[in-house]
Ligand binder design. Structure first.
Ligand SMILES: [Fe+2]
Length: 450
């Protein structure tokens, strides 16, 4: 990191040559520098302010895109105008829209708030790894998106618990600098926390990134917004962030899967029933039984509350889901599990049932996007044997899957507004590792249970 103290020290060294008083000051300064040479963690930053400005009522706002089945993309946006059509025109050259799709729309009300018209329109079939130009609702600005590749390499950006503060902006700026294909967010998006217009400002904040690359999200506790007898859970989240659950044979927007370029990714809900008799568990078994590791050698899972967490924050909150679901993921040979919720970064060894296990998954907590609640600083001591790296700083992760066997994971700390790569590791897929054939049989047994 660039320390201001170190800069002062070097400047004073140049100025103070031959002056005894200056040399004494230099010595004192050096002692201060030595005492503070470790990384100085920055404090939380303020929530961003979004001054209201009048916009044309048909102007597409809060544009974001998500994968919607093979070679298809869902375009989502909001208009104040309730008569604006849910039409997307698109093509591979600017302002030349050879194709057009019509979709669906919804609105919702929450206490005294009424949403704009929320449009969801699926476009495709699309070419892989191709730049498209598109326009929403027949007017307004042109947007660009790039479809993901159909083959390795492919890069995922990851950051959870985003919120909308100065640190969120810093994280988004860093992600924007990296060449990635898909953003994945393991829960806690806007930190609207019942104040619905914050969903709108969050949509505006992320639009520059989320309109250009697919954002695949799952939900956290801050998406619940349930008010007993008045408002159901996940009302705003489900209306605004529609994910490809129907395309993956799920009956709920709260859990789904998608496949892209040799990677099968499963998004689960930490706040939805997950016991053996639940719909989510039944769907998960069915989805895992369809995974073909020849076609998708990499198997990833995301949910909000971490199962392997040595931070004092939210300690043990994931235990029930871990007890119910971890055997299934282990039997399937899941490579990586990403979670959020804890506002810090942690990476484990391959782990199963509380201990390092070569056939277990690598668990990564990446709830460090930058929300207003700040960082979780306190860790359990001693560090558990399965925990490899842990640090309470804001940042984001990048997973570059190079080929069917190797992926490079890196974590980038927001260090005084510069992305600094602070943790990195090569990860080998469990495909072809010797873990799978036997475990595959185990999975079939689990799946075949009545
Ligand atoms: Fe959370």
């Amino acid at each position: 990191m660039k320390s201001p103290l170190l800069n002062k020290f070097h400047a004073a060294q140049i100025e103070g040559k031959g002056n005894p008083m200056m040399q004494l000051k230099l010595l004192l300064l050096m002692l201060v520098v030595c005492a503070t040479a470790d990384y100085v963690r920055p404090p939380p930053r303020k929530t961003l302010s979004f001054p209201w400005s009048k916009k044309p009522s048909a102007l597409p706002q809060q544009v974001h895109i998500s994968l919607a089945g093979d070679k298809h993309m869902r375009i989502s946006w909001v208009t104040s105008d309730k008569h604006s059509p849910s039409v997307v025109e698109y093509g591979t050259s600017p302002k030349n829209y050879c194709f057009s799709s019509r979709g669906e729309s919804t609105t919702y009300s929450y206490l005294l708030y009424s949403s704009g018209k929320i449009h969801h329109t699926v476009i495709g079939p699309l070419e892989d790894d191709t730049l498209y130009f598109y326009r929403c609702g027949g007017k307004g600005p042109e947007f660009q998106l790039k479809t993901p590749p159909s083959q390795f390499p492919i890069t995922f950006a990851l950051a959870g618990d985003l919120g909308q503060t100065g640190w969120t902006k810093s994280t988004l700026d860093h992600i924007n600098q990296c060449k990635y294909d898909i953003h994945m967010l393991p829960g806690d998006l806007s930190y609207a926390d019942y104040i619905q217009h914050r969903w709108d400002t969050f949509g505006e904040l992320v639009q520059p990134l989320a309109s250009a690359r697919p954002w695949m999200v799952t939900q956290g506790n801050h998406e619940k917004e349930r008010i007993p007898f008045l408002e159901d859970s996940f009302k705003s989240y489900n209306s605004r962030w529609k994910m490809p659950y129907e395309e993956s044979a799920s009956s709920s927007n709260l859990y789904y899967s998608f496949e892209v370029a040799g990677v099968h990714t499963i998004m689960l809900g930490s706040y939805t029933d997950f016991d053996e008799n639940s719909d989510q568990y039944t769907w998960l078994k069915a989805d895992l039984s369809k995974v073909d590791r020849e076609r998708t050698p990499w198997l990833l899972v995301l949910f909000h509350v971490p199962w392997y967490n040595s931070n004092e924050a939210h300690q043990g909150e994931g235990d029930d889901m871990k007890a119910a679901v971890e055997p299934l993921l282990h039997a399937a040979g899941v490579d990586l599990v990403f979670a959020g919720h804890v506002h810090a970064y942690e990476r484990s060894n391959r782990v199963y049932n509380g201990k390092s296990d070569p056939c277990g998954a690598v668990h990564i907590t990446i709830g460090d996007g930058g929300n207003r609640e700040g960082l979780a600083h306190k860790y359990i001591d001693p560090q558990p044997e399965w925990s490899v790296f842990r640090e309470a700083s804001f940042g984001h992760g990048e997973l570059r899957i190079v080929n069917s066997s190797h992926a490079y994971w890196s974590w980038h700390r927001n260090d005084d507004d510069e992305p600094v790569r602070s943790d990195q590791v090569w990860i080998t897929s469990l495909s072809g590792s010797g873990c799978l054939p036997e475990k595959g049989q185990e999975l079939r047994n689990i799946v075949m249970e009545p």
